[in-house]
Design a protein around this ligand. Structure first.
Ligand SMILES: *Cc1c(COP(=O)(O)O)cnc(C)c1O
Length: 450
């Protein structure tokens, strides 16, 4: 059967995520056969460089032999088991290893099967904590402008990307919105590398007004991914930690995208010297192999639920696939590989080269407003006017045009609006960096000059 057959059968049955299916008339789905490292191969043998880590989850390359073996071994031992009152060595071992690398104080693990579910769990956990510790007035949540925390109703509520949430507003929760940093278009005209987070005064005002009635604030630490890879300084989070302590508001770190070395350290919070009260992990957790997430919290929060059954204080939250052994086996091997193969350190060294060539190639283009980077993540924001930072008319779909051209030439870019970005597996090498940035540059020039 050839490509055309599989494509038409696909369109007969499958409703793809985050897609206008009518776009598929012009750009039908690529039928993938296999993948290795950063390369994805379609059934005709054409190669695509996966520089978006398949939606930011693939950490160590596709079909990593060590992870493959770990899952295969687990598969022949225990595929899944109920996780209430039952446990298994694989989940326990994963927690033992995670505790060693997590920010101080995070030690109690609640498992789920995707990022959004872990966000929901964090919100419910925080709310119930306050209910059970005498602060029944705390019923609201705060989140930053331009936030993204997932697609389920609670997670979508705390998010602020209109593209995903606009139509659902009538059925979403009423969230207290905290003005977050906007470093490229800084209203205080400061520079993110040496500012004092002057913008934080807005957060102070919002806490003064709503802190008492708030359970928790959710943040994507240092990097607001879906907002267009917006990057802000660690100082903002340090200040936020203090403010949260002052108002007894939990700090929930959504490290679903930033965890696992993406920012140059194991977790984005490692740049700050402070710890959140709850941390959500998912994308890198299994190396991008298995759908799994964890919501990790402190002894203090855990203790507020620990009582005789009849007090009704238990956290009655569950997901069928909680603690799935296959996911946990991948999770353990990912941590082993990060350590044995010195992955994060190597990636950090190569990140310097990646950023250098991207700046050399893109910065002088007339429509490149900013090149920003953290770890191996590099984002190129295209604007209509470099001086005023005026964006392109979104109806032109400039980013999408570039995406289509790059696919043709074997690079999977998938921009966020008009922000072209690279978020490759941590194992990417210099040769591939050269190739993917060359292709991105050619495609960008073609689209901008047409
Ligand atoms: C991907 C993502 C989520 C949602 O995770 P899903 O597994 O897609 O539900 C939440 N927050 C952030 C920051 C993410 O990048």
């Amino acid at each position: 059967m050839d490509t055309k057959y599989w494509q038409s059968e696909d369109l007969k049955y499958i409703w793809h995520p985050c897609s206008q299916m009518k776009d598929y008339e012009e750009l039908p789905p690529i039928v993938v056969d296999h993948a290795k490292g950063i390369n994805i191969y379609d059934i005709d043998g054409k190669c695509y460089k996966d520089v978006v880590s398949s939606w930011w989850c693939n950490l160590l390359g596709h079909c990593n032999s060590r992870i493959n073996n770990a899952i295969k071994q687990q598969l022949d031992t225990l595929e899944h088991v109920i996780f209430a009152n039952f446990t298994h060595k694989t989940a326990i071992t994963l927690c033992q290893k995670l505790v060693e690398v997590l920010p101080k104080g995070l030690c109690k693990f609640n498992f789920a099967d995707n990022g959004s579910a872990s966000i929901e769990m964090a919100m419910k956990m925080s709310f119930q904590y306050h209910q059970q510790t005498g602060n029944t007035q705390k019923k609201r949540f705060m989140a930053l402008t331009d936030a993204y925390h997932g697609e389920t109703i609670g997670a979508l509520s705390v998010g602020a990307c209109d593209l995903y949430s606009e139509i659902y507003k009538p059925i979403l929760m009423d969230i207290v919105r905290v003005q977050g940093p906007d470093c490229y278009r800084c209203p205080y005209c400061k520079d993110r590398d040496n500012c004092s987070c002057e913008c934080f005064e807005k957060a102070i005002e919002t806490f003064e007004q709503f802190g008492e009635e708030t359970c928790a604030i959710l943040v994507e630490p240092l990097l607001q991914g879906s907002a267009g890879m917006k990057i802000y300084p660690p100082l903002f989070l340090k200040k936020l930690r203090e403010l949260c302590d002052k108002y007894n508001v939990h700090l929930i770190a959504d490290e679903i995208a930033t965890g696992y070395g993406r920012t140059g350290k194991m977790f984005a919070f490692d740049h700050t010297g402070v710890s959140p009260d709850i941390m959500c992990l998912s994308k890198g957790l299994t190396g991008g192999y298995m759908p799994m997430s964890v919501c990790v919290t402190t002894q203090e929060i855990y203790d507020a639920f620990y009582a005789d059954y009849l007090t009704g204080k238990a956290f009655m939250h569950s997901h069928t696939y909680a603690g799935n052994p296959l996911g946990c086996s991948a999770g353990i091997e990912v941590l082993n590989i990060l350590k044995d193969e010195n992955i994060i350190e190597t990636a950090r060294k190569r990140a310097g080269y990646f950023n250098k060539i991207i700046k050399e190639k893109f910065l002088n283009l007339k429509n490149v407003g900013e090149v920003r980077n953290i770890g191996l993540i590099n984002a190129i924001e295209l604007v209509k006017n470099k001086e005023t930072k005026e964006p392109f008319n979104s109806k032109l779909r400039t980013g999408y045009q570039i995406y289509k051209k790059a696919l043709n030439r074997g690079v999977l870019l998938r921009p966020l609006g008009d922000v072209i970005y690279f978020n490759p597996p941590l194992i990417i090498e210099e040769e591939d960096m050269d190739f993917v940035t060359d292709v991105a540059l050619e495609c960008t020039n073609e689209v901008l000059n047409s």
